[in-house]
Design a binder for this molecule. Structure first.
Ligand code: AMP
Length: 273
């Protein structure tokens, strides 16, 4: 596996190789969710590129940028063992300069849900994803459905800016008890981790209600709130795949999203129905 820090060096290397490229952008502290994305990329492309970059512009002031988990050596080994060809491992100075051109997320979709809890977060996400896609120029880029709003906005960016990459969405990988895997799960104490299970349980409750033909959004949200109690709920939303609000669940076209705080840790989860 080749490790490259410099974007121009990576561009040169990839151009010389002239192969189909599968790209998995990450912020490191890799877990089975990331590995699943890498394996999907391995299946469908000649060359697999993974990036590890904790992107400062998507963190708001006071968020966990400085504390974000770092596991550089373990991450390198995971990439090596998962069949990654090139690990792109830039520093902030390789990606950003002082006074920058940047992207702005759309005013509605970018500022609801996660974008409402973290105003400006998606400007940073879109800017860095655009930079990374321009550096790597992949055939296929792999993103997790766990970050459903991020995935939706990246697909929108690719469509609206007439980019030629295929965005491939991968199902959420969970621990055996149902907790969606996340690099931030290591912030949780033992008790908090047990409490965090209420998030996936609330989504299972929603799917149970729906399979009993209860489709009214408000009724489903009430059922979920009971399970989530006493966690601090940032939002529960039931939307269609275009991220538009629904009164009633449309089977085959619905995403149920939850963000809740467990101690100081904000956790996201969702199911696609
Ligand atoms: P991150 O390192 O958290 O920025 O995530 C990098 C990529 O992995 C994103 O596309 C995430 O949506 C995806 N991802 C994170 N957690 C999971 C998971 N549990 N299952 C599937 N994909 C995930």
């Amino acid at each position: 596996m080749k490790i490259i820090v410099n974007p121009l060096e990576l561009k040169k290397y990839l151009k010389e190789n002239n192969k189909t490229i599968g790209f998995v952008p990450t912020m490191g502290a890799l877990h089975d969710g990331h590995i699943t994305l890498i394996k999907e990329a391995r299946k469908a492309n000649q060359l697999v590129v993974v990036s590890i970059f904790v992107n400062p512009t998507q963190f708001l002031k006071g968020e966990d940028l400085d504390k974000y988990p770092k596991k550089d050596e373990a991450d390198k080994q995971i990439c090596e063992m998962s069949g990654v060809d090139v690990l792109f491992f830039p520093n902030a100075n390789n990606i950003y300069t002082e006074d920058e051109v940047s992207l702005v997320a759309p005013s509605i979709r970018g500022y609801v849900l996660e974008g409402n809890s973290r105003p400006g977060h998606f400007n940073g996400v879109l800017t860095v994803v655009m930079k990374l896609l321009n550096i790597v120029t992949p055939t296929n880029a792999y993103f997790g459905k766990k970050d459903a709003q991020q995935l939706n906005l990246i697909k929108l960016m690719v469509k609206q800016l007439f980019m030629s990459v295929n965005i491939i969405a991968i199902d959420t990988v969970r621990d055996s008890d149902g907790l969606a895997m996340s690099s931030r799960n290591i912030y949780l104490s033992k008790n908090e981790r047990a409490e965090a299970l209420k998030i996936s349980s609330s989504l299972y409750e929603a799917s149970k209600l729906i399979s009993n033909s209860i489709l009214k959004v408000e009724t489903i949200k009430d059922g979920m709130k009971k399970i989530l109690n006493p966690l601090e709920i940032e939002y529960i939303e039931i939307l269609n795949r275009e991220f538009e609000y629904l009164d009633s669940v449309e089977i085959g076209n619905t995403i149920i999203l939850v963000e809740a705080k467990v101690g100081k840790t904000r956790l996201l989860d969702n199911i696609w129905l």
